[in-house]
Design a binder for this molecule. Structure first.
Ligand SMILES: [Zn+2]
Length: 395
């Protein structure tokens, strides 16, 4: 986010109360003050997630395996569902922000398809890839339809007594944010709790941190995904692709008045092979910016093929970011090609409007990437084409 954009966010009335809190860049959009909160009942909740996963697993005759990979802070299961026997791993997660819900639906639809279809496409993907999906990874936040998880700083200190004199992290929510009151029920932005050092143990001197320092794996949700990532890395040598499914605010496609349906990106930390990324030089050999860009191009091309419709209003997300505490930043430094999906509208300002089309957009993008990796065509794409994808402009 540039300074002008940051000022626009900071100057919006709804966020004025949180102006003293740094790094509001990702906390875009507040609940409308005068209107009812838009309904999200059309989206899957945690109970439905459990039912759907178990139905998909049963119907797949062994093709889909579902297990609990860990527990949220409130004790809900964090499920991982696996399909395919290929030697390339594609890891995808949804709802690390619990008010960003299309990804969970898209993942369930894809698991159902890959677990039951005998189409050449599904067979090819099962043959070449191992897909591991972690839908609704922040189930506690999802149940409250809010961005953060549910965890107090006191609980963190219980888990990590070495932090008893440390300051709570910069991504700790204990105020009102996006219309959600965290004062009596605080939590963390789990998507700043990752660290490229997968074996990192919290040290008091690394607190409270900021957006361009790594996270700490203090939340059980981030720990669980880190553990899944590590075990896949051990089993396969590398996690080829990592994709993270989000929502953003409202933008237009640069040079037009068309509203952006989804923004995508390959860029969450500076390339360790460049001067700007020198602080990550220990990860230089395994960093694959070209491959991440190829994945994004494959996604973009797959959606453009849908023709002239809402589906084609796709842009890049903000570029030149330095966010090593995001799952995408941390895992890209560990050798994964990455894609972020940022679908328009969070539930606090968009409810479940256009749910069908938006879920379809995410599905199309995911399938585009999976097909490209399974067929090998993605490796032939020109990474520079990534920069031909238009930028987004704040409305
Ligand atoms: Zn998000």
């Amino acid at each position: 986010m540039n300074k002008k954009q940051l000022w626009k966010v900071l100057s919006s009335a709804a966020l004025a109360a949180s102006i003293l809190v740094p790094q509001v860049g990702f906390a875009e959009g507040a609940k409308p003050i005068t209107e009812e909160t838009p309904s999200v009942k059309g989206y899957i909740d945690y109970e439905e997630l459990k039912q759907r996963l178990s139905q998909i697993e049963k119907a797949s005759n062994g093709l889909v395996q579902v297990e609990s990979a860990g527990k949220t802070n409130q004790g809900r299961d964090i499920f991982s569902a696996r399909v395919g026997q290929g030697d390339k791993v594609v890891l995808v997660q949804s709802e690390i922000h619990g008010n960003e819900k299309t990804g969970t639906e898209a993942l369930l639809n894809i698991l159902q398809y890959l677990g039951s279809s005998q189409s050449p496409e599904a067979k090819k993907i099962r043959e070449e890839l191992t897909i591991v999906a972690i839908p609704m990874m922040n189930a506690d936040g999802s149940e409250l339809d809010r961005r953060g998880n549910v965890m107090s700083w006191e609980e963190v200190v219980e888990d990590f007594p070495q932090l008893q004199n440390a300051r709570p992290t910069w991504n700790y929510y204990n105020r009102t944010l996006q219309g959600d009151d965290y004062t009596s029920n605080p939590g963390f932005d789990v998507n700043r709790d990752f660290n490229p050092d997968l074996n990192y143990v919290p040290k008091p001197e690394d607190f409270p941190g900021n957006s361009s320092t790594a996270g700490w794996y203090i939340t059980p949700e981030a720990q669980t995904v880190r553990d899944v990532y590590k075990s896949l890395k051990e089993e396969f040598g590398n996690v080829e692709v990592f994709m993270d499914l989000h929502h953003q605010n409202f933008y237009t496609v640069e040079g037009s008045d068309r509203e952006v349906t989804m923004s995508i990106s390959a860029d969450f930390v500076p390339d360790p092979n460049t001067p700007r990324g020198a602080k990550y030089s220990q990860y230089a050999d395994q960093f694959r910016f070209d491959f991440s860009r190829q994945l994004n191009v494959a996604l973009y091309d797959a959606i453009q093929e849908k023709g002239n419709s809402i589906f084609t209003n796709i842009t890049l997300y903000d570029q030149d970011l330095d966010l090593p505490g995001t799952a995408l930043g941390a895992f890209s430094l560990n050798g994964s090609g990455i894609v972020i999906f940022e679908v328009k509208g969070q539930t606090q300002n968009f409810g479940q409007k256009m749910k069908g089309q938006l879920v379809k957009t995410v599905e199309t993008g995911l399938m585009g990437v999976m097909n490209g990796v399974a067929e090998g065509s993605v490796y032939e794409l020109n990474p520079e084409d990534y920069h031909e994808i238009p930028n987004r402009v704040r409305k």
